[in-house]
Design a protein around this ligand. Structure first.
Ligand SMILES: [Zn+2]
Length: 476
């Protein structure tokens, strides 16, 4: 039997830890800060990967792969980038039984090695744009670990593109931000805010960092993906020049963008409830589980036969379906377990259902447990899964709207953030001093500066005219 979960409202972090463990998503690794992603968690990640990868390819990108180790001198060329990553970098100094002549950096991100290589690949404007992505692991030393959300090693994709013109690179960064928004909202059912980061929150080495931000059910924000316009910063540092159409040497314009396994944590925290996970059908490893109910051997074979037929029909329609025919557990145990694992639709099938040519359908979100004719189960399943997908998105959006507040002044904002958290939106003068003051008093940071907002009003901290509207929250 799954153990009782802590209630979200009582202890959200403990709830998270128990869900990750009991749903079989991941566990701690042996080296500090590492994690073992278990099959169910990895299947969830694979479905996110597929959703991203087909959009990357549809927008003209190709996958390739760069090495894990970066010679130290290579990382040291972009000053802001080096400084930003120095505290988190892991370095190999020993290999093959001896001290290395030059230490090797275990990649924290791959701009350095990729732009070093682009210097050789780019000669003329005809070589541009380069539109590449890689799926890989990266290492950033972490002292405090939270499975999926903060680990020393994590999986992600990193896109790295080079362009002949600034506007083209800027458009690319925004195009990939839009891909992330679409995947977050349409596949993961997490509504996100899009915008740019403040100077102090941007990626080290970027000109502009764009991000999507989601709100988790404990009132804290989660950065769900970032896309950076790098300007010519990396091209200058790594000498990536090309001959333009007029025969002049120019530095290339760059972008990079990343989406990681922390979004498995995002899905858990955006949709889960006191009974466990609630997975959006489009990315759920198992979309439908059939639980056979029987007492005697005769009933068992009758019910399992019907379950196998239903399994074949649904599976033939492209539904990811499983029959839970384990004999060692009673149906009640199985119901709890699949609820905990967040399977979008459960089908209960007993001898009386088989004789009536029906099954009992139980959606994980939106309610509506009811018997349905077998033919309707087969024909209606795709639409019912879409209902669950829409319900999860709608609930997450309602939650975000209920937890988004206008910040009239700093004191109100501090009390609100101290209370239920949520997103606090207010005018900001653009001064880092005001930004830091808010963070000191509330532990909230600017999550995003929405792109389409106008900057009316006066700064909630200093009262000077605003240059932007900022969205503040405590964040993971
Ligand atoms: Zn101010």
């Amino acid at each position: 039997m799954p153990e009782r979960l802590p209630r979200q409202s009582e202890d959200f972090p403990a709830w998270y830890v128990e869900v990750v463990k009991q749903a079989g998503l991941a566990e701690h690794g042996y080296a500090r800060g590492t994690q073992i992603i278990k099959a169910y968690g990895y299947a969830l990640w694979e479905n996110m990967q597929a959703a991203l990868d087909r959009r990357f390819k549809a927008t003209g990108h190709e996958n390739l792969y760069f090495p894990l180790f970066i010679p130290q001198h290579m990382l040291e060329r972009e000053a802001e980038h080096v400084e930003g990553f120095a505290p988190e970098v892991a370095v190999v100094t020993y290999g093959g039984g001896e001290e290395l002549d030059e230490p090797l950096i275990v990649r924290p991100t791959s701009e350095a090695i990729i732009w070093s290589t682009y210097a050789r690949w780019v000669q003329s404007y005809r070589d541009l744009p380069l539109l590449y992505n890689q799926w890989c692991n990266v290492v950033r030393w972490e002292m405090r670990t939270r499975l999926f959300l903060r680990t020393s090693e994590f999986l992600w994709q990193e896109g790295h593109t080079a362009h002949a013109r600034a506007e083209e690179a800027r458009e690319e960064a925004l195009r990939m931000l839009e891909v992330y928004r679409e995947v977050a909202e349409d596949e993961l059912a997490i509504p996100v805010l899009t915008g740019r980061k403040s100077e102090s929150e941007k990626f080290p080495g970027a000109v502009t960092t764009y991000a999507i931000e989601g709100l988790m059910r404990d009132g804290r924000a989660l950065q769900c993906g970032t896309s950076h316009f790098l300007g010519q910063n990396f091209a200058r540092a790594y000498d990536v020049r090309f001959l333009n159409a007029a025969g002049e040497q120019e530095y290339a314009w760059g972008t990079s963008w990343g989406f990681s396994t922390r979004m498995v944590g995002g899905v858990i925290m955006a949709h889960g409830d006191d009974a466990g996970l609630r997975l959006p059908p489009r990315i759920a490893p198992v979309q439908v589980v059939i639980v056979p109910i029987y007492r005697s051997d005769a009933e068992r074979s009758e019910v399992l036969e019907a379950a196998a037929r239903l399994h074949a029909a649904l599976s033939g329609n492209g539904v990811r379906v499983r029959v839970d025919d384990r004999d060692q557990y009673r149906p009640g145990h199985k119901f709890n377990e699949w609820e905990l694992k967040g399977v979008p639709i459960r089908i209960e099938l007993g001898p009386r259902d088989v004789r009536a040519d029906q099954a009992v359908v139980v959606p994980r979100a939106g309610g509506g447990k009811r018997p349905e004719a077998t033919a309707a189960v087969i024909a209606g399943m795709a639409a019912w899964l879409e209902d669950v997908q829409r319900t999860l998105y709608r609930e997450a959006l309602d939650f975000r709207e209920a937890n988004t507040h206008e910040a009239p002044d700093l004191a109100t904002m501090r009390d609100g953030i101290e209370g239920d958290g949520g997103l606090w939106v207010g005018p900001w003068c653009g001064d880092e001093e005001c930004e830091h003051k808010v963070t000191e008093e509330t532990r909230a940071t600017i999550r995003v500066l929405p792109l389409d907002d106008d900057a009316a009003g006066t700064c909630v901290v200093c009262g000077r005219p605003a240059t932007a509207r900022a969205v503040w929250a405590r964040a993971y």
